[in-house]
Design a protein around this ligand. Structure first.
Ligand SMILES: [Zn+2]
Length: 136
C-alpha cells in the first residue's frame, strides 16, 4: 500500500468518526484492516489516555505527546513526524508511513480524545529538551 493512501484512508475514516462523534464498529474494523497491530497499539494508547496535548500559556504553543511504555514520544502532527524508533527506522525507510503514535494523535484530535495539560511558557524549553533528548 502506498503511503499516500494510508494517510488518505486514515483521514477519511477520521472524517466519518468525527461526524459520528465516535469510532463506530465499522471504523474500528477498517482501521484494523489498514493498520493492523499499529492500530491496536494506537487504540490502546487512546483508551489508556496516553495521548497528551500540552498547551503552553500564554503563548498558546501546542505540543503533542504520546506516553509510551518506556518514554514519551514527541509528535509534530503537521509534519507527520514522530520521535519514536519506529518512525525513524521504518518511516524514513518508506516501509511504513505512520507510526502508531501518529495514528493515535490523529484519532485523538478528531474525537477530542486526549488529556489536555496546561503549562507555563517558562517550562517550554526544558520540557522540549527532555522530550527531544529521548530521541537520541
Ligand atoms: Zn511514533
Amino acid at each position: 500500500m502506498s503511503e499516500k493512501s494510508e494517510i488518505d484512508l486514515l483521514n477519511a475514516i477520521c472524517r466519518v468518526a468525527k461526524s459520528e462523534g465516535k469510532l463506530t464498529g465499522r471504523n474500528l474494523t477498517e482501521l484494523y484492516e489498514v493498520f493492523g497491530q499499529r492500530f491496536t497499539k494506537a487504540f490502546e494508547a487512546l483508551r489508556e489516555n496516553r495521548v497528551k496535548k500540552y498547551v503552553f500559556r500564554p503563548s498558546g504553543k501546542v505540543v503533542w505527546i504520546v506516553v509510551g511504555r518506556e518514554r514519551d514520544y514527541l509528535l509534530m502532527p503537521e509534519a507527520e513526524f514522530c520521535t519514536c524508533d519506529d518512525f525513524y527506522f521504518r518511516v524514513l525507510d518508506r516501509q511504513v508511513h505512520l507510526c502508531y503514535h501518529l495514528i493515535a494523535q490523529k484519532v485523538a484530535r478528531v474525537l477530542d480524545w486526549f488529556d489536555m495539560v496546561e503549562e507555563h511558557d517558562e517550562l517550554y524549553d526544558s520540557l522540549m529538551s527532555e522530550w527531544k533528548k529521548a530521541t537520541v
